[in-house]
Design a protein around this ligand. Structure first.
Ligand code: DQA
Length: 145
């Protein structure tokens, strides 16, 4: 199984940005965490981060025919991007939405998620562990066929 892990704007600033909300671990630590659990679960992974909406659209399109699923933390684009929603719908791969923080307990503008409409599941508020939960969910879906 091959999964694309896609991270949106400002997640490269993990460890520096609002540590009370996002923790003190860096983006490099998140990448290492993902590589480690993928190794354990026998998943091949690609990890990609961009601050640019169109680049994220390109990455989703690039997964078409190459990957078996997408784990996406669209960050701020969660709440604004029809383009990411349409890209996920276009490729039709099973996708899971992840947020480090519990967006349901934050500002009103974070209560809207466009990408959620193209995702089979959301994990929010579990920190790094949400990425593993997402991968395990996609693995169990694939095993069920
Ligand atoms: C986030 C939540 C978003 O609302 C925010 O814009 C982010 C990170 C999270 O992982 O908790 O950048 O996706």
């Amino acid at each position: 199984m091959k999964l694309l892990f896609l991270n949106g704007p400002n997640l490269n600033m993990l460890g520096i940005r609002e540590p009370d909300i996002y923790g003190r671990e860096t983006y490099a630590a998140l990448e290492q965490y993902i590589r480690d659990f993928c190794g354990e679960l026998g998943i091949e992974c690609e990890i990609f981060q961009s601050n640019h909406e169109g680049v994220l659209v390109d990455a989703i399109q690039g997964a078409c025919g190459k990957m078996d699923g997408i784990v996406i933390n669209p960050a701020a684009y969660t709440h604004t991007s029809v383009a990411l929603l349409d890209a996920l719908k276009a490729v039709g791969l099973p996708a899971v939405e992840v947020h480090l923080s519990d967006v349901s307990r934050r500002e009103d503008f974070r209560q809207v998620s466009y990408v959620r409409l193209a995702c089979c599941k959301t994990f929010a508020g579990h920190g790094f562990a949400g990425y593993r939960m997402a991968a395990e969910h996609l693995l169990s879906l694939a095993e069920k066929g």
